[in-house]
Design a protein around this ligand. Structure first.
Ligand code: CO
Length: 497
């Protein structure tokens, strides 16, 4: 069998998957409401065809004939490893069980919706039990070394283990809880109410586009910006990378800030080199590494004084009401720390604590170390202990996120990993580009984006995230840099250390 034959075959899978993504994008951006049922059928059919190709006898023959072959280049090796893993993950689960799981999942998602609406965990409880039982079993089919949860982590963050996460998240949790207490005891208070105003959608879109253009996202010839209920990024190859946002005329932050976040994902995908197309490696190294790019742009850059030294005057020109808010007050307002109940509304400091709570809960659930009945109680205890807040009902507590209803265990950690990778990469970037802050102050992001392209983007998924972070920084994944970054930034802002 020839390698070119395998690549042709992989391209077919990529075409199907791109078509599914395009249909999905369309359903979020353009589709009339009542088209949902037919659209789901279309997507379901194409997903089935893609699954058939991924798990076929032909795929097995390809894998068998190339495995163990010597003199393969780096990309071909990574490609083979990737398709072998996909093949095994899919074929080790008995088909009947997988079909049942898909049916259960649909029911689970609607039970979660109802439970959330009625603020009642008991409606979702039996479905959560089914999702957990199925995922436990999947992990057993795939095989794991130390912890059943590792098999699930590996789906989103290849090679990541519970052992490693316990270490870095443990360190991070302690540091965050300490820093948060110090901030809460500080007399310095910040307030973001000064940012409320009347901001037209048109002006927000123009400012957002101007920022993204500066950052290096190409929306003229290889991208576009649309509106959807939840902002997201999707792509079909590296020359069609689309992002979405949503506007609020009373506050420009949701739209502008989510555009910068999604722009970070988009720049990653646009910078994937052509030679990786059709190899199954033309994407980010992992969900966590992808999130590191969006969070680098959204948090490290966008929440910095340097960034706003350049962009804030443009905002003041557009919005006369901001003339009474000076740059320093603006900077403080967009970096306001306030422990809250809802993860997606959390600030840069407390966000990772929300994620760590979910990680700790998932690990217990997948290993059967807590009863489903105890889930809301334990959730609320952890919120009290780490963040000092208590949900009034299940909707603002354990039912707030959609992930568990779709069986997505192992996904949450990637959000916090994005912060850790991002800070670790930033530390190295500053060493390589000591002048980065002056460049940003002058509105020049080109060397930063070039650095990210050369060190991260150009490899796509050729390296596993642990290999990539070692390759770029010379060190293992660590919480140190993110902790240092937060202590430094919020220490100054709140006069604590
Ligand atoms: Co993201």
């Amino acid at each position: 069998m020839e390698l070119t034959e395998l690549k042709e075959y992989l391209k077919k899978i990529e075409y199907l998957n791109s078509t599914i993504s395009l249909l999905h994008w369309d359903s979020m951006v353009n589709m009339p409401k009542e088209a949902m049922e037919y659209r789901s059928e279309m997507i379901g059919y194409l997903a089935g065809e893609s699954y058939k190709l991924t798990t076929s006898e032909k795929m097995k023959a390809f894998i068998d004939s190339f495995t163990g072959m010597e003199d393969l280049d780096l990309i071909t090796k990574a490609m083979l490893e990737n398709i072998t893993k996909e093949y095994q993950k899919a074929t080790k689960i008995p088909e009947a069980e997988f079909v049942q799981y898909e049916i259960d999942k649909a029911l689970s998602q609607s039970a979660w919706e109802e439970g959330k609406k009625k603020k009642d965990f008991s409606i979702f409880k039996p479905h959560l039990a089914k999702m957990i039982a199925a995922n436990k079993k999947f992990s057993e089919y795939w095989g794991f070394v130390d912890n059943k949860y590792d098999g699930l982590l590996d789906l989103y963050e290849p090679g990541m283990t519970t052992e490693r996460l316990d270490l870095v998240f443990g360190e991070l949790r302690e540091a965050l809880v300490d820093l948060l207490r110090n901030i809460q005891n500080s007399d310095r208070k910040t307030d973001d109410a000064i940012l409320k105003g009347d901001y037209s959608i048109d002006s927000q879109r123009k400012l957002g586009e101007a920022i993204l253009e500066k950052l290096g996202y190409d929306f003229e010839t290889r991208g576009r910006i649309d509106v959807s209920a939840h902002p997201f990024t999707t792509n079909f190859g590296n020359k069609d990378v689309r992002i979405t946002t949503k506007y609020n005329t009373a506050d420009f932050r949701p739209a502008i800030f989510s555009l910068i976040h999604e722009g970070g994902h988009g720049i990653y995908e646009q910078n994937i080199p052509d030679e990786l197309l059709g190899t199954s490696l033309a994407t980010g190294a992992s969900m966590g590494m992808h999130e590191s790019q969006s969070r680098f742009y959204e948090n490290v850059l966008r929440k910095s004084m340097e960034f706003w030294s350049y962009f804030y005057p443009k905002f003041q020109e557009t919005y006369p009401e901001l003339e009474r808010v000076d740059l320093k007050s603006f900077y403080q307002a967009i970096n306001c720390v306030e422990p809250s109940l809802i993860r997606i509304d959390a600030d840069e400091l407390t966000y990772s604590l929300h994620v760590i709570i979910r990680y700790e809960m998932e690990k217990l659930l997948i290993n059967g170390d807590i009863l489903i009945d105890d889930v809301p109680r334990l959730w609320n205890e952890k919120y009290k202990e780490y963040l000092g807040v208590t949900p009034e009902n299940d909707a603002e507590g354990v039912l707030q996120d959609v992930h568990w209803s779709g069986g997505d265990f192992g996904y949450f950690p990637t959000y916090a990993l994005g912060n850790l990778y991002g800070a670790q990469l930033f530390h190295k970037l500053k060493e390589d580009l000591p002048d980065w802050n002056h460049q940003v102050e002058g509105g020049d992001f080109s060397s930063i984006t070039k650095w990210l392209r050369e060190n991260v983007h150009q490899y796509g998924a050729t390296f596993k995230p642990a290999e990539l972070i070692r390759k770029v920084t010379g060190e293992e994944l660590s919480a140190t840099y993110f902790i240092e970054y937060l202590n430094n930034k919020f220490g100054k802002l709140y006069g604590v250390s």
